[in-house]
Design a protein around this ligand. Structure first.
Ligand SMILES: N[C@@H](CCC(=O)N[C@@H](CS)C(=O)NCC(=O)O)C(=O)O
Length: 210
C-alpha cells in the first residue's frame, strides 16, 4: 500500500498521525508514504489526478491498484483490514462517542481553522482576508469551549486514557495554525495542556514538523 500525502496539510497529517499511533501500538501496517508537493502544484498534475480526480490528499493506494480518496475512509479501511491494536474499539457506545468527537473536531474545528489560517497567512500564498479570519475565530469559540469542557475531568486525551482519531484530527489542525504563527486557544488552559501532552507522544514527534 502507498499513502500519497504532504507534510503540514491537515487531512494527510491526521492519517499520518493515525498510522504512527497504530505502529506505536505494535501494528505493522507496512505503508509506503509518498509526498505529492502541493506548493509546486503536483496534486493537480495528471499522475495525481489519475489517482484522485478531485486532486486532494491524502490518497491510499491499495495493493490491487485501487484508491481510497477520503481521509476518514482510509482510517476505517485500516481499522477493518488490520484489527489488532485498532484505535476505534470498545462498546458500541464508546466507539460511537469516539467517532462523534472526531467528527465534531473535523467539521467544527478543523474546517474553520484551515480557513482562518489561509485568511491570515496562507501557506499557499492566498490573499489575506482579515474579515473572514475574524469570522472563523468567532465560529471556533463554541467548539473550542466544548473541547475544553470535555477535558475538565482531567482526562489526558480527548476520549480518556487511550488515543483516538479525534486526537489525531485535532493535532493535525493545530500544527497548521502553529505554522502560520497563530494561536486560537484563548483562555483554555486544559486544551493548551492537551496540545503539549499530545505533541510529546512518540507518534506526534515522528510526524509533526511544526
Ligand atoms: N474530505 C477530504 C479533504 C481532503 C483535502 O481537502 N485535502 C487538502 C489538504 S488538507 C488538499 O488536498 N487540498 C488541495 C486542493 O484542494 O487543491 C479528506 O478528508 O480527505
Amino acid at each position: 500500500m502507498k499513502l500519497y500525502k504532504v507534510a503540514l496539510a491537515p487531512n494527510p497529517t491526521k492519517v499520518m498521525l493515525y498510522i504512527a499511533e497504530r505502529e506505536a501500538l505494535g501494528c505493522q501496517l507496512d505503508i509506503e508514504q509518498v509526498t505529492v508537493n502541493t506548493v509546486k502544484g503536483h496534486h493537480r498534475q495528471p499522475d495525481h489526478l489519475a489517482r484522485n480526480p478531485f486532486g486532494t490528499l491524502p490518497v491510499l493506494e491499495l495493493d490491487d491498484g485501487s484508491f481510497i480518496l477520503e481521509s476518514l475512509a482510509v482510517v476505517h479501511y485500516l481499522e477493518d483490514k488490520f484489527p489488532d491494536n485498532a484505535l476505534i474499539i470498545g462498546s458500541p457506545e464508546e466507539r460511537a462517542r469516539a467517532v462523534d468527537i472526531e467528527r465534531i473536531v473535523d467539521l467544527r474545528v478543523a474546517g474553520p481553522m484551515g480557513t482562518y489560517s489561509h485568511a491570515t497567512n496562507s501557506p499557499l500564498g492566498l490573499p489575506a482576508d482579515p474579515a473572514r479570519a475574524a469570522q472563523m475565530e468567532a465560529t471556533l469559540q463554541t467548539p473550542l469551549d466544548f473541547l475544553e469542557d470535555l477535558l475538565a475531568d482531567n482526562r489526558p486525551l480527548l476520549l480518556g486514557d487511550r488515543v483516538t482519531m479525534a486526537d489525531c484530527t485535532l493535532q493535525a489542525s493545530l500544527q497548521f495554525v502553529r505554522f502560520i504563527k497563530g494561536d486560537l486557544f484563548g483562555e483554555r488552559p486544559l486544551l493548551r495542556a492537551w496540545d503539549e501532552r499530545y505533541r510529546a507522544r512518540p507518534a506526534a514527534q515522528a510526524v509533526l514538523k511544526w
